[in-house]
Design a protein around this ligand. Structure first.
Ligand code: 5AD
Ligand code: SF4
Length: 489
């Protein structure tokens, strides 16, 4: 059991401390499906007040923030981007690398001055960082101005935390280390009007040795197929064009069901029959990617020909020490099978350089693999030790200079091969989902191809495109990270 202790009575209402050790355990307890509902005592808690929500990290956090926004607006809060006007500021944080955490602490420090100007401002921190013991220590020692601290498992309890913090004028810390139940029907305010995230599962049981996620997000728990299918169909009816299915390891979807046999491949096949026009998913684990899923992807139609398949390293030795449970050869076999069944498929990936003990030869194997697959893009990272994970104790770290050099060398190869891959689209016509004007140039529109490639394009002045349109664009120039073109219809 998590330590439920009361300390510093003056300052804190409740204190459930996180424990990474406990978060590591995978208990067999069954997960209940609960329906979200708001107790009447919380009605209008936010009436006349403004909230500012800052989100860091992965799509999982973005999807969580849409639910947090939904709950806050149900309480009566209105959204603001104005830091001085905000009555409630909530930081939804990421713990995947050290620099993600440093950015949050920098921002928290900056908010000190706003809180001095407006002492009634309530500040909250949630997401992955509070799941770590060291974050709680840092908050208690250095950021006593934070009023509410909760983790990834108890978003549905946010009204209670705000109520307690307001009523009792005390700070609330409540971070569960054992995953909670699944909540359906949490109200959601989506960022986009045409593209939606849909969680299909929560947590991760892979325990790659570098990764904090299985500790911060708990064990794998899948949503029921009927709830997912219904949500996707409803989104399509509301005018959404694209849905991205979300999970830390979507290929493990359904493995936790005890009463039905239903896998990710089954889900893809069922969603293939829905009226949503574009369907994507992220993230996949190569080991759990099976033939049935590859065959389901080959159905095409609304299943987009893009695969984000994190490889992490091209060296079998490093993969072993990362506990990835596949070899480079097995990875390539799956990539080749996908390429042969879906000729227009594109691949993107995640790669970590400078994992403890990574030799020059092992690093060169990663470069080779990038060339062999010909990724359309890659998210590349320098290894960042995460306290509590096995790799944090591994020895033989590279120097800072070596780490940065490897990252630069890798990025050069990734960009070179991405550009080569993109050049095949020059003079081709591609289907683009229109997102709106480019951030840097309002006269240019942006959108994404089926392969999830960013396209900037000139609109047709006589028949301007609308956000959410699926239009044809002729590509005139390819770059490493995007394409440029002209609308042709
Ligand atoms: N250091 C560097 N990168 C990491 N990732 C996960 N944990 C770490 C870490 N400790 C990367 C992996 C993963 C992506 C989401 O973040 O590449 O796929
Ligand atoms: Fe982390 Fe590995 Fe799970 Fe991805 S699959 S979230 S890298 S433990």
């Amino acid at each position: 059991m998590a330590k439920k202790i009361k300390m510093n009575e003056e300052k804190y209402t409740t204190l459930v401390e996180p424990s990474l050790k406990e978060a590591r355990m995978r208990k067999k307890n069954t997960i209940e499906i609960n329906q979200f509902f708001l107790e009447s005592k919380y009605f209008n808690l936010g009436a006349g007040k403004h909230y500012l929500l800052k989100t860091y990290g992965c799509q999982g956090n973005m999807a969580d923030s849409e639910k947090i926004a939904g709950i806050l607006e149900l309480l009566g809060y209105e959204k603001t981007e104005n830091e001085v006007e905000a009555d409630l500021v909530l930081f939804n944080t990421c713990a995947i690398r050290e620099n993600a955490e440093e950015r949050v602490y920098g921002e928290l420090g900056r908010f000190n001055k706003f809180k001095k100007q407006n002492p009634n401002m309530m500040i909250g921190i949630c997401g992955c960082m509070p799941q770590e013991e060291k974050t709680i220590m840092t908050i208690k020692n250095h950021f006593p101005q934070i009023n509410i601290v909760f983790g990834t498992h108890n978003i549905a309890s946010l009204p209670e935390y705000i109520y307690d913090a307001t009523k009792n004028q005390k700070n609330v810390i409540d971070v569960l280390s054992v995953e909670g139940n699944i909540y359906e029907n949490i109200p959601t305010i989506r960022e986009h009007t045409k593209k939606a995230w849909v969680n299909i599962m929560y947590g991760c049981d892979e325990f790659c040795t570098y990764c904090i996620v299985p500790y911060t997000r708990g064990k794998e728990r899948s949503r029921r197929p009927v709830d997912i299918i219904q949500e996707v169909e409803e989104l399509a009816h509301q005018g959404y064009v694209e849905v991205t299915l979300l999970g830390q390891n979507v290929n493990a979807y359904g493995k936790d069901f005890t009463d039905i046999k239903y896998t990710f491949a089954n889900l893809l096949k069922d969603l293939h029959k829905t009226s949503i026009k574009r369907l994507r998913f992220t993230t996949s684990h190569p080991r759990d990617l099976d033939n049935n899923t590859i065959e389901a992807m080959a159905l095409g139609g609304n299943i987009m020909p893009h695969f984000h398949l994190p490889v992490q390293s091209g060296s079998n030795e490093v993969l072993k020490r990362m506990n990835r449970k596949y070899t480079k050869e097995e990875y390539l076999e799956k990539v080749n099978k996908l390429k042969s069944l879906i000729p227009d498929i594109s691949f993107t990936t995640d790669i970590i350089v400078a994992f403890p003990g990574e030799t020059e030869e092992q690093f060169l194997e990663t470069l080779e693999l990038v060339k062999t697959v010909g990724y359309d893009g890659a998210y590349t990272f320098i290894y960042s030790p995460r306290e509590g994970t096995p790799a944090a104790k591994f020895e033989n770290h590279l120097t800072e200079e070596e780490k940065h050099q490897r990252l630069e060398r890798l990025n050069e190869v990734v960009n070179e091969y991405a550009l080569k891959g993109h050049q095949k689209y020059e003079n081709q016509v591609v289907e683009v989902l229109v997102e709106g004007p480019s951030k840097n140039n309002k006269d240019i529109l942006t959108g994404y191809t089926k392969q999830n490639m960013l396209v900037n394009f000139n609109d047709n002045k006589e028949h301007p495109c609308a956000i959410g349109d699926l239009i044809n664009v002729k590509i005139t120039k390819a770059y490493s990270w995007h394409l440029f073109g002209e609308v042709i219809n």
